[in-house]
Write a new protein. Structure first.
Ligand SMILES: O=C(O)CCC(=O)C(=O)O
Ligand SMILES: [Fe+2]
Length: 227
């Protein structure tokens, strides 16, 4: 693809940074007795219960309802059906949003400026986010732009805000792992392998909600300062 051969960012451009950040965050999470490591040989995946209180989850859902608009996945349009949830950047200046963001920064021990702003998402019945990687793929239309504003995505963090009546699991499709939304639970995964190359096995999906609604927040970290 033309954009790949002309890009100043080779595939796995941030390998060394992903490797050292992976080590740092892994050590920190493994030293935290409250954090559960989901057993997998292929992906570093962690979970933490009661990361947000029921009141905090409720407040965040109100903010999402106030900002939600159709999600965009880079060059894939909402109409394509790939990601049909409603999403919005909850106000990064809101003191409550800042507080939750800082709590995630502290837990992982990643430089706060490397974190993207928290994104809220709401799925109604039939809405889903089809299998994808959160890391950026070389050769895409967004590769150069995203790589130049913070580098590759290192860690994904995601909080389930509510109980979903039916459906809406987060599935790691190549791992055979399906996680049911439980309010307040934080998921964390490393988008890279221990050697710092991007990890194809992180492919995951937000399965269609069958009944009720599903609310989540997501915060992604890069390998350098994001803007
Ligand atoms: O809704 C989910 O369970 C997954 C969301 C997701 O993968 C994302 O926002 O990148
Ligand atoms: Fe994702």
């Amino acid at each position: 693809m033309a954009s790949e051969t002309t890009s100043k960012f080779p595939p796995n451009a941030d390998q060394a940074r992903l490797k050292s950040l992976g080590e740092k965050v892994r050590n920190r999470l493994e030293a935290n007795p409250a954090i559960y490591k989901v057993p997998s040989d292929d992906v570093e995946l962690f979970a933490l219960g009661e990361f947000m209180s029921p009141a905090e989850c409720g407040k965040m859902m109100e903010l999402i309802d106030a900002t939600a608009k159709p999600s965009k996945v880079f060059d894939l349009s909402y109409e394509s059906g790939y990601r049909t949830s409603y999403s919005g950047d909850v106000d990064p200046q809101d003191p409550f949003v800042k507080k939750i963001g800082r709590r995630i920064d502290d837990l992982l021990g990643i430089e706060p400026l490397w974190g993207e702003t928290i994104q809220g998402q709401r799925y109604m019945p039939g809405q889903e986010f089809q299998p994808h990687h959160d890391w950026f793929h070389p050769g895409t239309s967004y590769w150069d732009f995203e790589m130049s504003r913070g580098g590759q995505r290192s860690f994904t963090t995601m909080v389930f805000l509510n109980e979903v009546e039916a459906g809406g699991t987060t599935d790691f499709v190549d791992l055979g792992i399906s996680l049911e939304p439980k309010p307040g639970v934080l998921l964390i995964w490393n988008n890279a392998k221990p050697d710092g190359t991007t990890n194809p096995m992180t492919i995951h999906a937000g399965r269609p909600v069958q009944a009720g609604a599903k609310y989540i927040i997501t915060k992604w970290y890069r390998t350098r300062q994001w803007n």
